[in-house]
Design a protein around this ligand. Structure first.
Ligand SMILES: Cc1cc2nc3c(=O)[nH]c(=O)nc-3n(C[C@H](O)[C@H](O)[C@H](O)COP(=O)(O)O)c2cc1C
Length: 175
């Protein structure tokens, strides 16, 4: 069974990470890491690790996570990943994904992006299997509400990860 890790860092939109986690199909084994700044009501759920638990399984490449999402990615977490800093479980899991060349999907959330953040994104985008996929909404799928917009984003992140989904209406698809 493929293993998927979802990380929620302290940018605006932590609910997107939670929705993404909940929408992962049952055939995958899923795990969640929440940073202190993003921690809300999640701790009771299964397979949730605390970000300061640096000895939790996702800290090791041998645990075999196949896909890592960091949704949303704060500029702080982005910068650490770009520099190879692994000072908590999320940044360590990102380093593991990069060294093992597994898929790492980052959703940086800030507006506007600073030059530093843009340079960090460019640097990371050059690494195999790292995807810079900010939560940028579309209009062609005629979203009726924020829920539709979020499903579009999660569907796009699943597409990058290779997770089959029908979460949004694709361009050219019949009404
Ligand atoms: C209400 C609130 C909203 C925030 N939104 C963002 C954001 O959208 N993007 C961002 O990069 N940081 C944002 N921050 C700042 C981060 O939480 C802060 O940089 C923190 O150190 C990130 O820690 P982490 O990367 O370990 O989660 C926000 C902070 C607060 C309190």
């Amino acid at each position: 069974m493929n293993k998927i890790l979802v990380c929620i860092s302290g940018a605006s939109g932590a609910n997107l990470g939670i929705k993404l986690y909940n929408l992962i199909p049952k055939k995958y084994k899923k795990y969640l890491i929440v940073s202190k700044n993003a921690k809300t009501v999640l701790q009771k759920e299964e397979n949730i690790f605390l970000n300061d638990d640096i000895s939790a399984p996702p800290a090791s490449g041998s645990f075999g996570i196949d896909i890592t999402f960091i949704v949303p990615t704060s500029m702080n977490t982005l910068a650490k990943i770009a520099c190879g800093i692994s000072d908590n479980l999320i940044t360590r899991a990102a380093s593991v994904a990069i060294k093992e060349q597994k898929k790492l999907i980052l959703a940086p959330r800030e507006l506007p992006f600073s030059q530093i953040a843009l340079e960090n994104m460019l640097k990371l985008s050059k690494i195999p299997n790292v995807f810079i996929a900010p939560p940028v909404i579309a209009y062609y799928n005629n979203p009726k509400n924020i829920g539709d917009m979020e499903l579009f984003l999660i569907g796009k992140w699943f597409d990058l990860a290779g997770i089959e989904n029908n979460l949004f209406k694709r361009w050219g698809e019949n009404e």
